[in-house]
Ligand binder design. Structure first.
Ligand code: GAL
Length: 811
């Protein structure tokens, strides 16, 4: 970051205002009042330019998600118009009382190469579009006067393997502090000694003195329990010279500490107050947890000395119809859905995450595999004249220093599948060493890894540079593990199973890569690309090899871009044009709008064995297959089940825990069922005892719509969301699994429709619309609150279907 030198004049002003008395920090989130314009605009950074005609937007903002889709465009990046440049402008309200204070802008993600201008002057810039960065704007503003912020975002030189989004897609904050203050991300809390009856909490606090004179500073810490009681306190004083930064270390002891754990995510709160000459000038909050982590070479991962198998998923950063724009509720909902399936760990494939994601993981008891870069970023985020060493230092610094107090973070990853780093081409190992060393410099308390894919190059021993073997797919970890058995293994990407929600094809595929010209993938969960596997294989390998700490499934949610197996190259090989390439992935366990695919229940049946469940697939509406074979699969935590079709037993099947064919271990399958309409019934057993039964009926004609909001009361803060599931039902209330009706939406009241979608990777209908098409009976409408309390009334109607209404309160 380019730091501008302060002028003598401002130094004098600070000295003057110090005598007026300082205030605590204030943080203002800059969400509303932005003006936006895409493309080249001359003088857009200047104060005087007229922006009244520009579009008014709020941040988070992703300029490309409104489309329109580029039908013959590149499916790998979502066929959306993200590659461009644009300007954002807004006024900054800086009161006259801010004279003498220090002001920073903190950006959590601008795609990409942001340049930040204040009152016409370049105040700072960054390169990597996924990282948080800050800009000290003190010397550029006029407290009490008019202050104009202009941000340029430029994705023209950026490239990606998926949809990256575009613009100021995460929050921006204006931070105002006294001249003596805790630095940005300025506390570092570690727990060097964790015993059952006490924990030593070491707090290292970076304090800046931007005052004109040296300051007598005392840092006072209080540790609060989750109920708000002070459980430890301490203080430490020091003189800090003018213009200097100083790190103050303290160790506090908490007796009988409560551990942070996946099933008990207990958080302590550290309140840090900075006193200067007897007056409190700053207060800074840090949440942290007390837990121990370690990898055992032969037994995987231990949290608080208890072995925990990592049941993880990979999540890309987009939120389907909302694009890359980060709304906390969209993220929280993703995590809730993943947790309900048994997930206990998240990998942010493959780039620095929104900071709120880590806070949620802390709060919800999810372990976090924190990754900085993908193989592409080396190309995409570094301009030709950028030196790698400086790029790595700045980006690893912000990545680690921002996130190192989160108890959820158990591992740092310096990258995913970076080919030349794995191969030691172009000084690859030196770059690996550089990145790993920077991570260790900023946080020596956690292990570091690199996620690998190139099996053979393990022979070069890149793993000597880091702590844990992480390998993607196909038991590729074996060579590395054989060469270095003193390191545990993580399957950093497992499965890559492919499917389209609600879609089934016959006969069952003979081979995992048997894809058809339907441009969809059958939901029997038997398909994967050549490099990958089905879910059951990874379950089996982990059962057999206890040194594997766990897996991270590719992926929890479908995401925009990377539409394997229907990317542009493959569809052309199949004889189609570019228009046949899809715009989003088929990898997700749930679809792009968060509706579970069948696979969700397969994972749940294995990951949450205590929770009784029975899921039957496919749907039972096959009028054209009467008298023909329709295989029936059942995913259950039971070990045995009997299937009945219209009351007639189709046989009892049991799981085969020793089978070499992984599907026989984890699924119950009746491959020879002859279809007739009517009722399928499954009675499931566990250890001989009945655990429940489930029926699935052939649905009649769709007659009505149903709306089911995930939340009926949301906050009137302009950012909160309610996800409303829309389904078509027959007269008896069965889901109509073939309904593809076009739905019209109308919304009245205190909010707006933020997005619509249906999980069809081949849909090019706009995400921002008052219409949505059902896809195999279902679709999703995302409602966003405004600033006003009140209510929103959503009405959904379609030709020949009874309409439905949902009411959401905003408060
Ligand atoms: C991996 C890669 C992921 C994704 C995945 C699809 O090799 O790390 O980003 O591309 O393949 O299977």
């Amino acid at each position: 970051m380019i730091q501008r030198k302060s002028s003598l004049f401002l130094l004098l002003l600070w000295a003057f205002t110090l005598t007026l008395g300082a205030q605590h920090r204030t943080t203002v989130t800059l969400s509303d009042g932005w003006k936006f314009k895409k493309g080249e605009t001359k003088d857009a950074h200047t104060v005087g330019i007229k922006d009244d005609g520009w579009q008014t937007v709020s941040v988070p903002h992703d300029w490309a998600i409104s489309g329109p889709f580029i039908l013959d465009g590149n499916g790998s990046t979502g066929k959306l118009p993200w590659q461009d440049q644009a300007w954002y402008r807004r006024e900054l309200a800086i009161p006259a009382t801010a004279v003498g204070q220090r002001m920073y802008l903190v950006f959590d993600g601008v795609m990409a190469f942001p340049k930040v201008y204040v009152n016409g002057k370049l105040a700072g810039e960054w390169d990597y579009g996924y990282n948080s960065f800050s800009v000290d704007i003190t010397d550029f503003v006029t407290p009490g006067g008019k202050n104009v912020l202009a941000v340029h975002a430029d994705t023209r030189n950026f490239d990606s393997r998926w949809y990256p989004g575009a613009g100021i897609y995460r929050k921006v904050e204006l931070l105002t502090v006294a001249p003596v203050h805790v630095d940005i991300w300025g506390t570092y809390v570690t727990t060097p000694i964790v015993k059952p009856h006490y924990v030593d909490v070491r707090v290292s606090t970076k304090v800046n003195n931007f005052a004109a004179e040296r300051a007598n500073v005392t840092v006072m810490h209080e540790i609060l329990s989750d109920g708000g009681q002070v459980v430890a306190k301490g203080s430490f004083g020091k003189w800090i010279n003018a213009g200097q930064q100083s790190t103050l270390e303290s160790t506090l002891t908490v007796t009988d500490p409560v551990r942070w754990d996946v099933d008990h995510p207990y958080l302590y709160r550290l309140v840090t107050r900075v006193q200067q000459d007897g007056e409190i000038v700053d207060e800074y909050i840090t949440n942290f947890g007390v837990r121990t982590i370690r990898f055992d070479p032969d037994h995987g991962f231990y949290l608080n000395d208890r072995r925990v198998q990592l049941r993880g998923v990979n999540l890309h950063h987009d939120h389907g119809p909302l694009g890359a724009a980060f709304y906390p509720r969209a993220m929280e909902r993703q995590l809730e859905i993943m947790k309900s399936m048994g997930v206990n760990a998240i990998r942010n494939s493959h780039n620095t995450a929104a900071p709120e994601l880590l806070e949620m993981c802390d709060r919800m008891g999810l372990l976090f595999f924190n990754e900085a870069f993908d193989k592409y970023d080396a190309k995409a985020a570094i301009l030709e004249d950028t030196d790698f060493e400086t790029f790595a230092q700045r980006n690893v610094h912000n990545f680690v220093v921002r996130d190192r107090n989160h108890p959820s973070v158990f591992l740092w990853s310096v990258g995913n599948e970076i080919p030349d780093v794995q191969n030691n081409d172009n000084n690859g190992f030196q770059r690996l060493h550089t990145m790993v060393n920077y991570v260790r410099k900023y946080d020596p308390t956690r292990p570091v890894t690199l996620a690998n894919d190139q099996l053979g190059n393990a022979a070069r021993r890149h793993f000597d540079y880091y702590d844990v073997h992480s390998w993607n797919y196909g038991r590729r970890y074996r060579l590395a593990r054989q060469m270095e058995p003193n390191k545990s293994v993580i399957i950093s990407e497992s499965a890559s199973t492919l499917s389209t929600r609600g879609f089934y094809e016959f006969p069952l595929p003979e081979d995992k890569t048997a894809f058809t010209k339907s441009l969809q993938v059958s939901s029997y969960d038997l398909n994967a690309p050549w490099w990958a596997e089905i879910a059951d294989d990874d379950f089996m390998w982990q059962q057999e090899e206890p040194y594997i700490a766990g897996e991270f499934v590719w992926t929890g949610f479908d995401y925009l871009g990377e539409p394997t197996p229907y990317d542009n190259t493959t569809v052309k090989e199949m004889g189609f044009t570019d228009e046949a390439a899809a715009r989003s992935s088929y990898f997700g366990i749930v679809d792009l709008v968060g509706i579970p695919k069948d696979r969700y229940y397969l994972y749940k049946s294995y990951w949450l064995p205590e929770e009784n469940m029975i899921h039957i697939l496919p749907h039972w509406n096959w009028p054209e297959r009467v008298g023909e074979n329709v295989p029936v699969f059942v995913y259950t935590n039971g070990d045995e089940a009997e299937l009945f079709l219209n009351g007639k037993s189709q046989g009892r099947r049991s799981k085969q825990p020793k089978s070499e064919n992984s599907v026989d271990r984890f699924r119950l399958m009746w491959n020879d069922v002859v279809y007739d309409s009517g009722e399928l019934k499954v009675v499931a057993y566990k250890a001989g005892r009945k655990i429940g039964e489930q029926t699935l009926k052939t649905a009649g004609k769709a007659t009505k719509l149903r709306l089911t909001p995930d939340r009926t009361r949301i906050h009137a803060n302009g950012q909160d969301l309610s996800y409303v599931l829309i389904e078509a039902l027959d007269a008896e209330g069965n889901l109509a699994p073939l309904a593809m009706d076009e739905i019209n939406l109308s919304l009245m009241g205190t909010g707006s429709i933020a997005g619509v979608g249906n999980g069809n990777p081949q849909s090019f209908a706009p995400f921002q619309s008052h219409e949505v098409e059902l896809f195999y009976g279902k679709a999703m409408i995302i409602l966003k609150s405004g600033q006003e309390p009140g209510k929103m009334t959503l009405k959904a109607s379609a030709d020949k279907l009874e309409a439905a209404t949902a009411v959401i309160g905003t408060e």
